[in-house]
Design a protein around this ligand. Structure first.
Ligand SMILES: *Cc1c(COP(=O)(O)O)cnc(C)c1O
Length: 337
């Protein structure tokens, strides 16, 4: 293992030594195996390369303060991957096979889990059509790989926030498209809009619904939340929004631990300008405060333009549950031994 500088980790690929690889051939998955992280051979005619038949997942392993290894709701990632498999005509994985594979690899790579407070080990399962096909058809062979990479704390300079731009000239996902699953093509389509807003010094895009351009969908690869008068709102899932596990966790914690009123509903973008607090959620960032939201060149400051107090408390609560430092009556903390 190469020496890792634990104090200077970013969100970059820094592959752990081992990866897991399994193949689906002749109608069944093999047991898979743990091998050295390396390149993989692939046919030029593989369906994933030609037609984008592929999915990914994103999860993390945490080192707790007392040195244990933990994950957060990993079975939900298995379920979400299988939902995606159905949408993309790929063979599903048994949930236990998924979990056992992640755990076995995690044990092999455990020296790549950063010490508590220095970051986490990001876990990236991918599943794709590796069989050959000329016409647009599902592949007859599939590959499932898990690789891992230590990543730094999302907030290098403390709990700072981001500045976003609402765009009505690019959409992430249409109704009845593939926005509700982690299909790789969704992210290829988001590269250009992201480049456009970055050129204007915004951190990310806020997408509107593709049908009416009226309602908030989500933020690049994170779910959107707003707080107003004790009500915590997030766009309701309708197939175009990715059902984030962090999103679900925040809705639950907000209601059960903070007495906030959770609402999954249509949120008009104009409502956001007068919100008390706005933030986005995902495995990488947990909760990221949104300080300003711009639309058609006009910048709207949320609250006093600083990370919100409720956002901060929700972040601490969720992070505490993930690290086993706060009570978890939801069954989310998942220790790996
Ligand atoms: C992965 C992802 C999220 C966040 O999901 P989590 O399960 O919370 O990590 C949100 N939106 C998109 C588009 C995503 O790809």
């Amino acid at each position: 293992m190469n020496k890792i500088d634990w104090d200077n980790l970013g969100f970059e690929i820094n592959p752990a030594d081992k990866m897991f690889i399994a193949h689906y051939r002749e109608g069944r998955w093999d047991d898979g195996k743990i091998v050295d992280y390396s390149t993989i051979p692939i046919y030029p005619s593989a369906v994933v390369i030609n037609y984008g038949q592929g999915l990914f997942e994103g999860m993390k392993a945490y080192r707790t303060e007392d040195g244990r290894i933990a994950m957060f709701r990993p079975r939900d990632n298995a379920k979400r991957l299988n939902n995606g498999c159905r949408r993309l005509c790929m063979p599903e994985l048994a949930e236990d096979f998924f979990l056992e594979s992640v755990k076995a690899l995690l044990i092999e790579n455990k020296e790549f889990i950063p010490p508590c407070g220095k970051g986490d080990l990001y876990i990236r399962p991918i599943l794709f059509g590796s069989g050959q096909m000329l016409g647009v058809n599902p592949a007859d062979e599939y590959t499932f790989i898990i690789f891992m990479s230590p990543v730094g704390p999302y907030f290098k300079s403390g709990f700072s926030g981001i500045n976003l731009e609402i765009r009505d000239d690019y959409h992430r996902a249409p109704q009845f498209g593939t926005g509700g699953v982690k299909a790789i093509g969704n992210y290829a389509a988001s590269l250009y809009p992201r480049r456009v807003v970055k050129e204007n010094e915004y951190d990310e895009v806020i997408y509107l619904d593709a049908k009416t351009c009226t309602y908030i969908e989500e933020v690049g690869s994170a779910n959107f939340f707003m707080l107003k008068n004790g009500v915590i709102s997030t766009p309701m899932l309708g197939g175009s929004i990715l059902p984030g596990i962090t999103r679900d966790s925040v809705l639950t914690v907000a209601q059960k631990r903070f007495d906030l009123i959770p609402q999954e509903r249509d949120i008009r973008y104009v409502e956001v300008f007068s919100a008390d607090e706005v933030f986005c959620t995902g495995t990488a960032a947990v909760l990221t405060p949104i300080l300003t939201v711009s639309y058609r060149g006009k910048r709207h400051t949320i609250g006093d333009g600083k990370p919100g107090g409720v956002t901060r408390r929700l972040y601490d609560e969720l992070k505490g549950i993930q690290l086993g430092a706060r009570p978890d009556d939801f069954g989310w903390f998942y220790e790996v031994k």
